[in-house]
Write a protein that binds this ligand. Structure first.
Ligand code: NDP
Length: 332
């Protein structure tokens, strides 16, 4: 089906001139959501951004971002997000510390329940992202951004000439380990199981690499260096033998997967088997293959492949332009 065609099963019968309803609501305040906010605000749509559980998204927990175009010296992730917020607010976006409890997509305007309040909106941009999985050790959480990272592409460069560890045994971990050999003198890949989930080709590639060493049946008990605010090593335990050891490393990269923040849309939108929102033409959402009018998804919640700040921002822009087009076509 051509995604620009009018949908068959979902139809719009709303009075589009009614004024208590928002033109657009954006779920999520990471790179995708804030870019969508800047664009829709500049189009005078007065977007409401619900900041969600992790305001600022994944960038707000990174340190230096060196690959976002326009910042030749790099910029701190939280500062980049703060700048985007200011830019969106300057043009009339409203930011609200709230998250979605439930949503009704069966009637239009769509109704969003955010706890004590129900918001009605003509269009919706879903940009609630994906969250990296963490080990959830207190020492790990304390050292995020100080040697603990979930993004090799973002932070690998800072560990040039150092020894580092990658946690996980799937394709993400293999990819991170291989990428990190560009910078690190040695990468130790630590898998909690004896077996790997990675595809044969990725596993073989990593195993054949002279700079990568493997540890299996091993779990991280503690990340060392909390007092220095700098990773000094890992306290490990072999699950088979119970033996404990210390691995001196300067960084720990998590490669244990991501969780898309799309649970609220289960049964309402088409999701892939891992829970990512399926989109047509990058941002159009569907249910049983039919386009849902005025509901768009952008950023990591629909992108398991690239997961970069700039690609999230790009799709946020696309979603915003589709919102404008949609409202214009429906007489707003
Ligand atoms: P996977 O679910 O495939 O693997 C997750 C890995 O992390 C497993 O080894 C798992 O161990 C481990 N793990 C999970 N939780 C913990 C924990 N709390 N502590 C320690 N270890 C943990 O996720 P991936 O992100 O690797 O891959 C997701 C999908 O994306 C796959 O389909 C993959 O093929 C694809 N992908 C493809 C790439 C490519 O082709 N280049 C690159 C990256 C991803 P255990 O086995 O013990 O559960």
């Amino acid at each position: 089906m051509n995604p620009f065609e009018r949908p068959r099963i979902y139809t719009i019968e709303t009075d589009m001139s009614e004024n208590t309803t928002r033109d657009t609501v954006i779920l999520g305040s990471g790179c995708a959501g804030l870019t969508a906010a800047i664009y829709t605000a500049r189009a005078n749509l007065k977007p409401l951004v619900l900041e969600g559980h992790e305001p600022g998204g994944q960038l707000s927990i990174t340190t230096l971002v060196e690959n976002f175009p326009g910042w030749p010296e790099g910029i701190q992730g939280p500062e980049l997000i703060e700048n985007m917020k200011k830019q969106a607010v300057r043009f009339g976006a409203e930011l609200k510390m709230a998250h979605l409890h439930s949503i009704d997509l069966t009637k239009h305007p769509y109704e969003l329940n955010i706890g004590k309040e129900t918001i009605r909106t003509r269009t919706l941009i879903i940009a609630s992202g994906a969250s990296a999985r963490w080990l959830n050790l207190p020492s790990e959480q304390a050292l995020i951004g100080h040697g603990v990272s979930s993004c090799a592409t973002c932070d690998g460069f800072f560990f040039s000439g150092k020894e580092i560890a990658v946690i996980g045994g799937g394709d993400s971990a293999m990819e991170e380990a291989l990428f990190l050999t560009r910078f690190a003198t040695k990468v130790t890949l630590i898998n909690r199981s004896e077996k790997f989930r990675a595809s044969k080709i990725m596993l073989e590639r990593a195993m054949a690499h002279p700079q990568i060493e493997f540890m299996t049946s091993t779990v991280v008990e503690e990340v060392l260096g909390v007092e220095d605010k700098d990773v000094k090593g890992l306290k490990l335990k072999n699950r088979a033998t119970g033996k404990e050891s210390t691995l001196p490393v300067s960084a720990m990269f998590l490669g244990i997967g991501h969780e898309p923040n799309a649970k609220a849309f289960t049964g309402l939108l088409d999701l892939d088997p891992d829970g990512y929102i399926l989109t047509k033409n990058n941002v159009f959402t569907t249910k049983d293959g039919e386009i849902i009018p005025g509901v768009f998804a952008c950023g990591d919640i629909q992108d398991r492949r690239y997961r970069q700040a700039i690609t999230a921002a790009g799709s946020g822009c696309m979603a915003a332009l589709e919102v404008e087009k949609y409202l214009e076509e429906h007489g707003r």
